[in-house]
Write a protein that binds this ligand. Structure first.
Ligand SMILES: Nc1ncnc2c1ncn2[C@@H]1O[C@H](COP(=O)(O)OP(=O)(O)O)[C@@H](O)[C@H]1O
Ligand SMILES: [Mg+2]
Length: 349
């Protein structure tokens, strides 16, 4: 059913270079050098001009996800109502953050949207398909087609190279080995790792691993990208790179749903769903979502008011010489400053 402009296709197409990045780079004011005019790709095809109106103007067409009075009850002794009547529409192309205290149901929500689980009651639709009554196989199929996951701990396969990790979800698709490999290379280039295709996770920094995970999440051009604390294991600067990638994905009309416990991270989204005791406590519209400083992608489509980071560029924007973060060709660098905050990665999914 989805005729949506594909992540994959728009990403791959970025090689053709019809992006506004050059202009954006020229307009940067944070001192990041703009020698990476090859910066491209993830998300330069769409205007995000109405990104602040999360509920209506943002997104278009059929919703990516629709939850209708969803309940999830666990029975371990006393029943636990992990989700207790949640109704939520995630418009296609929207950028939504989920916050809430530990135990409030965030992971349960993600698992349902991610077709890892089915609700006890209510309806979960992903890309127009009802997950609620699916078998394990049915869920696995839907998951493979409609959902891209990004985890806090990256969850890459430790014995596979970056390119093999990214190609893996495509194995279940009708694509030749060569197509998979080409596409994996394209996707890695889009996240700035074009020169790291043959590296194993242990040979990559934490931020690079997460970028591999994001490339992998995009492999099958998912309806929605689900990120569970994607910056939770990264230092601030590296976390900013990841947020910038999500920003570009959103700018390119991808749908992003991100759990975070950090308010400043959540404020990059256009709205924040606050969960409390398994219920939606509040849906907050972020008037002017934060933009990661320095790389506002659009040229001249009205960024006024979108750049919220003025006052805290010291916090998120000072990447200086590390500005290759999401450049297509990845610059060169071993990012020495980033000596792996997460050595424990390597668990397979
Ligand atoms: N598999 C499970 N079995 C039993 N209880 C669970 C299970 N998963 C989650 N819960 C309970 O459901 C509630 C919500 O959990 P969760 O969605 O993981 O919250 P969060 O991610 O916000 O911390 C918690 O009380 C948790 O203990
Ligand atoms: Mg959780």
């Amino acid at each position: 059913m989805t005729d949506r402009k594909g992540t994959a296709d728009s990403l791959a197409g970025a090689d053709g270079g019809s992006t506004g990045q050059g202009d954006a780079d020229a307009g940067r004011t944070d001192g990041v050098t703009s020698d990476d005019e090859s910066t491209a790709g993830v998300g330069t095809t769409a205007g995000g001009s109405d990104a602040t109106d999360a509920t209506s103007a943002e997104g278009s067409g059929d919703p990516a996800v629709e939850l209708s009075d969803v309940r999830k009850t666990y029975h371990l002794g006393e029943p636990v109502h992990a989700l207790d009547g949640v109704s939520l529409t995630i418009p296609s192309g929207s950028y939504t953050a989920v916050m809430g205290p530990s135990g409030s149901g965030k992971s349960t929500l993600m698992n349902l949207v991610g077709c890892l689980d089915t609700p006890s009651e209510g309806r979960v639709e992903v890309g127009g398909e009802d997950v609620s009554g699916l078998s394990e196989n049915g869920k696995a199929t839907l998951r493979g087609e409609k959902v891209g996951f990004v985890f806090q701990t990256f969850n890459l396969m430790p014995r596979l190279t970056a390119a093999e990790n990214v190609a893996l979800p495509m194995v279940f698709r009708d694509r030749s080995r060569e197509e998979r490999s080409d596409r994996a290379g394209d996707l890695l280039a889009q996240v700035g790792l074009g020169d790291r295709l043959d590296h194993q996770p242990s040979e990559l920094s934490g931020g690079q691993r997460q970028r591999v995970a994001i490339a992998r999440a995009l492999a099958n051009d998912p309806e929605i990208i689900l990120a569970d604390e994607p910056t939770g294991n990264l230092d601030t600067d590296t976390g900013s790179e990841i947020l910038e990638l999500f920003q570009r994905l959103h700018d390119a009309d991808n749908t992003v749903l991100m759990v975070t416990h950090e308010r400043h991270v959540a404020e990059h989204a256009a709205r924040i769903v606050h969960l409390l005791d398994g219920e939606i406590d509040e849906i907050e519209t972020v008037e002017s979502p934060r933009r990661v400083a320095g790389r506002d992608a659009e040229s001249g489509d009205g960024n006024e008011g979108e750049s919220q980071d003025e006052g805290e560029r010291g916090d998120e924007g000072e990447r200086g010489e590390e500005g290759e973060a999401v450049a297509v060709d990845g610059g060169t660098g071993d990012r020495g400053a980033n000596n792996d905050p997460n050595e424990a990665d390597g668990r397979a999914r």
